[in-house]
Design a protein around this ligand. Structure first.
Ligand code: URP
Ligand code: ZN
Ligand code: ZN
Ligand code: ZN
Length: 486
């Protein structure tokens, strides 16, 4: 059974043109004019874009004494409704510290539930021989990226020497190191100081994690990556200070990637000063939302190319879970939602305002991260041979975001009240329509697949080669030219 997506404007990261898309089975087999098939999907008046890839989610994540409420089932359903056909979820080691067991545990949880495709990043939360060995196991299992937390002292945080060791291991394995860039020692001290001063509410969360702490950590991680000879991906970039570090490093030729979140582009720190405790606590995440100047910096980064990817860091904790921190802001589970809203909010605030072109929107929502994570053009492209992960993106469907009409399990939505100007008319995952605008039924849980990502992306190979050519070398000297020892 072949399908043709008919009459739309195809948008890829490099161009827009009127074309039909022919799908046979799970794959795109032709892009061109007047294509014929057994079935037609109407794209008249709409854009035809690669399915969104959200490279940063935390579904059912055990964290801060609780477990993120969003399940793999509801999370991928919400994603599909929002035009996202692949998530990369963060896998955390359990009590035994084993990477292999953690990946198997993530498979066990995700496989029966996911309606769209998934991949994982692995967290490196310490350093020992077992972790060194198991990083190779992770790569063999199709996980080619490793996140290091420079914050969450006493829990997930790693030190500089541990990061350097892990980054070097990443270079050997052709894997991509990632960092959560915040100075965890300073955050910890600042939290204690604010609590001692009697500041216990969610507003103190923002004060405890100023942009300087993020910028310092970003610079440090970049220095470590450069010394180790690896590219580096900085997750959830929230401010000018870390953007500036990335921009400067890239300008020097370093392979550094930056990922602002849709929340950081559109929501600001005034949310934490809301008189309603629940309202403020629901928006507590790390790093925190910043002010408008930082937002402007992030938009400029997307426009100029110094920032490449827009993600969500979807880590959904219910209001009841947020209330674990009612007496102490440091106990509010960190995280906010966005997996369903990312494309619509970025389109509305980016493309509809003229800050981004449709192609830049596609680059930021799928193509760039597919390249960085070495799954392009299987994912993130509309080209012959690619997986038919496609969204018929309708710029005429408007919607007011609300917890009453979203698909997330959450009892609130941080984008509540946003008027968005586009929605998915159809979401296709490997050739199957898993979502249509107005659909009430749920996409089939368990139809999604784990997508293994191979190591040694072109950037990793090129940088490793360059580093090898420029590595320290001993000089061979004639003994005549060496002074005698004393
Ligand atoms: O606040 C956040 N970002 N929660 C999720 C964990 C992380 O740091 O990515
Ligand atoms: Zn330290
Ligand atoms: Zn993080
Ligand atoms: Zn995260």
């Amino acid at each position: 059974m072949s399908k043709v997506i008919k009459g739309g404007t195809v948008v890829t990261a490099d161009r827009e043109w009127k074309a039909d898309v022919l799908i046979e089975g799970e794959t795109i087999t032709q892009v061109g004019a007047d294509l014929k098939g057994d079935e037609y999907i109407d794209a008249e008046g709409a854009y035809v874009i690669p399915g969104g890839i959200d490279p940063h989610t935390h579904l059912e994540m055990p964290f801060m004494g609780t477990t993120a409420a969003e399940t793999f089932e509801t999370g991928t359903w919400a994603a599909a409704a929002g035009g996202t056909t692949m998530l990369i979820d963060f896998c955390l080691p359990g009590e035994d510290g084993s990477i292999k067991n953690a990946i198997n545990e993530w498979h066990r949880k995700s496989a029966p539930q996911i309606c769209a495709d998934i991949g994982y990043h692995m967290a490196i939360t310490g350093w020992n021989e077992n972790i060194f060995d198991e990083m190779k196991v992770a790569v063999d299992m199709g996980v080619n990226s490793f996140k290091h937390f420079m914050a969450y002292k006493g829990a997930l945080m790693v030190e500089d020497d541990e990061m350097f060791a892990s980054f070097q291991r990443c270079r050997e394995l052709g894997a991509l190191p990632m960092v959560h860039a915040e100075n965890g020692d300073l955050v910890d001290l600042m939290q204690k100081k604010l609590l001692a001063d009697g500041m216990t509410g969610p507003e103190a969360h923002a004060y405890s994690r100023p942009p300087e702490f993020e910028g310092e950590a970003a610079n440090r991680a970049i220095t470590i990556a450069d010394a180790a000879g690896t590219p580096l991906y900085i997750v959830h970039v929230s401010c000018e200070q870390s953007h500036e570090a990335i921009r400067r490093a890239r300008q020097k030729g370093m392979r550094i990637y930056g990922e602002p979140l849709i929340q950081f582009l559109t929501l600001d720190e005034s949310e934490y000063f809301n008189k309603d405790w629940d309202h403020a606590a629901r928006r507590v995440m790390s790093p925190p939302f910043r002010n408008k100047d930082h937002q402007a910096s992030l938009w400029a980064g997307l426009q100029s190319g110094s920032l490449q990817v827009v993600a969500t860091d979807h880590a959904a904790f219910s209001t009841e879970q947020k209330r674990l921190g009612v007496d102490d802001f440091t106990k509010i589970p960190n995280g906010s939602n966005g997996v369903e809203e990312r494309l619509a909010v970025l389109w509305t605030e980016g493309v509809e305002t003229g800050r981004l072109t449709p192609s830049e929107f596609v680059a930021a929502t799928s193509s760039n991260v597919a390249k960085i994570l070495n799954i392009y053009p299987k994912k993130g492209a509309i080209v012959e041979g690619a997986d038919a992960d496609i969204v018929v993106w309708d710029p005429k469907i408007t919607k007011t975001i609300s917890a009453s009409n979203h698909h997330s399990i959450l009892d609130y939505n941080v984008f509540d009240g946003f008027e968005v100007k586009a929605q998915s008319r159809y979401t296709l995952s490997r050739g199957e329509v898993i979502w249509a605008w107005g659909q009430n039924s749920q996409p089939q849980p368990g139809r999604g697949r784990f997508v293994p990502r191979p190591p040694f992306s072109s950037a990793a190979k090129a940088l490793s080669h360059w580093k090898a050519l420029n590595s320290p070398r001993s000089i061979t000297r004639d003994p005549m030219n060496i002074p005698a020892g004393i």
